[in-house]
Design a binder for this molecule. Structure first.
Ligand code: NAP
Length: 298
C-alpha cells in the first residue's frame, strides 16, 4: 500500500489529522488496531467538546470517523508494528503488510495506568474514572476519592474539591511527587483529606455504583467516586530508537514536528500537559498542516 500521509491511530488526534490532510488533497490512510475513536469509546458522556452540548463518546467517535471518510480518508484496521525510513520514504509494517508514505502522523494515544485492584474494572463508568473534567460534574455534592500523588492527582483533587462535598486523596507514600505550590493549595482546602502511606485494596459497590474503598490498613472509606491518577502509559513502543522520546512520550515542537523530519506526533502520545479531546483534535489539525508544508518542500 502507498499513500502521501499515513496516520497511525484513529482517536480524535488521528482522525482530525487524517481529515485535514485529505481535505488538503493528499491520499491518506489511517490505521488502528481497534475501532476508530480511541479513548472516546470509553467515555459515557462528553459535555466539554466545544460546540457539542452533550453526547456520548461513541457518538462523537462515529461522527469523527464519518467526517474523515467523507473527506476521502481510507481507514484500515491493522496494528502498526515497526517504522523505518528508506531515503525520504517511510515504511511502516502493519498486519503483515508494508505501507509506504511521504509523511507519518503518529497519534497512537496513551493508556491510563490502572491500579489493578478488585472492583476497578467492574466500576469503570459507574464511579471509577480516569478523567476529572469528564466525570467530576456527575459527582456534585458527593464524596470523592482521588488516588495518586503527582501533579495530575493534586490538580484534579483541587478541581474536584469545588464539586464534591469531600475529596479524599489516597497516596502510597508519605510525600507527594506533585509540585510544592499544588501541595500548598491542597493543604489549604478544608474539604480535602489526606490518606498517606495508603493504597486501595478494593473498590466496593452495589453493582450499580461505588459505595466505598477499602484501604491497605483495612479501614473502609465511604465514597461515591474513585478518580485514579497514577500516571499514563504512552503507546509509543514502536518509536523507541527511531524518534526522541521523553519518558515514553514523543517529543514535539509546537508544530507537532518530532526529531525525525516527516514524522509528526499528535494527541496524548506526545509531550503535552493537557490531555483532552479538543486538544488532541487541535494537535491533529496542526500536524496535518505541518505535514503539508513538509511534503511541499520535499
Ligand atoms: P506522575 O507524575 O507519574 O505521578 C503518578 C503518581 O501516581 C505518583 O504519585 C505515583 O506514586 C503514583 N502511582 C504510580 N503508580 C501507582 C500505583 N500502582 N499505585 C498507587 N500509586 C501509584 O503522573 P501524573 O501526575 O499524571 O503527571 C504526568 C506528567 O504530567 C508529569 O510530568 C506531570 O508533571 C505533568 N503534569 C503537569 C501538570 C501541571 O504542571 N499543572 C498537571 C498534570 C500533569 P509515587 O510518587 O510514589 O511514585
Amino acid at each position: 500500500m502507498e499513500c502521501d500521509v499515513l496516520v497511525i491511530g484513529c482517536g480524535p488526534a488521528g482522525l482530525s489529522a487524517a481529515g485535514y490532510a485529505a481535505r488538503a488533497g493528499y491520499s491518506v490512510i489511517a490505521i488502528d488496531a481497534l475501532a476508530p475513536g480511541g479513548q472516546l469509546l470509553y467515555i459515557d458522556e462528553i459535555e466539554n467538546y466545544p460546540g457539542v452540548s452533550s453526547t456520548s463518546g461513541f457518538a462523537l467517535a462515529e461522527s469523527f470517523e464519518k467526517q474523515a471518510v467523507s473527506f476521502g480518508v481510507s481507514i484500515e484496521f491493522m496494528k502498526a508494528e515497526s517504522i523505518r525510513k528508506e531515503g525520504d520514504a517511510f515504511i511502516v509494517t502493519a498486519g503483515g503488510d508494508e505501507i509506504k508514505s511521504k509523511a507519518v502522523i503518529f497519534a497512537s494515544g496513551a493508556r491510563h495506568r490502572h491500579l489493578g485492584c478488585q472492583g476497578e474494572e467492574e466500576y469503570q463508568g459507574k464511579g471509577v474514572s480516569y478523567c476529572a473534567t469528564c466525570d467530576g460534574p456527575f459527582f456534585k455534592g458527593r464524596k470523592i476519592a482521588v488516588v495518586g500523588g503527582g501533579d495530575t492527582a493534586l490538580t484534579d483533587a483541587l478541581y474536584l474539591s469545588k464539586l464534591g462535598s469531600e475529596v479524599h486523596i489516597i497516596h502510597r507514600r508519605g510525600e507527594f511527587r506533585g509540585q510544592k505550590v499544588l501541595q500548598d493549595r491542597v493543604m489549604a482546602k478544608e474539604n480535602i483529606f489526606l490518606h498517606m502511606n495508603a493504597t486501595v485494596q478494593s473498590i466496593n459497590g452495589d453493582g450499580k455504583g461505588v459505595k466505598s474503598v477499602t484501604l491497605s490498613d483495612g479501614s473502609e472509606l465511604d465514597v461515591n467516586a474513585v478518580f485514579i491518577f497514577v500516571g499514563v502509559i504512552p503507546n509509543s513502543e514502536m518509536l523507541e530508537g527511531f524518534a526522541e522520546l521523553d519518558k515514553g512520550f514523543v517529543v514535539t515542537d509546537g508544530h507537532m514536528r518530532t526529531s525525525v523530519p516527516g514524522l509528526f506526533a499528535a494527541g496524548d502520545v506526545r509531550t503535552t500537559p493537557f490531555r483532552q479531546v479538543v486538544t488532541a483534535a487541535g494537535d491533529g489539525a496542526e500536524a496535518a498542516h505541518s505535514a503539508d508544508e513538509y511534503i511541499q518542500n520535499l
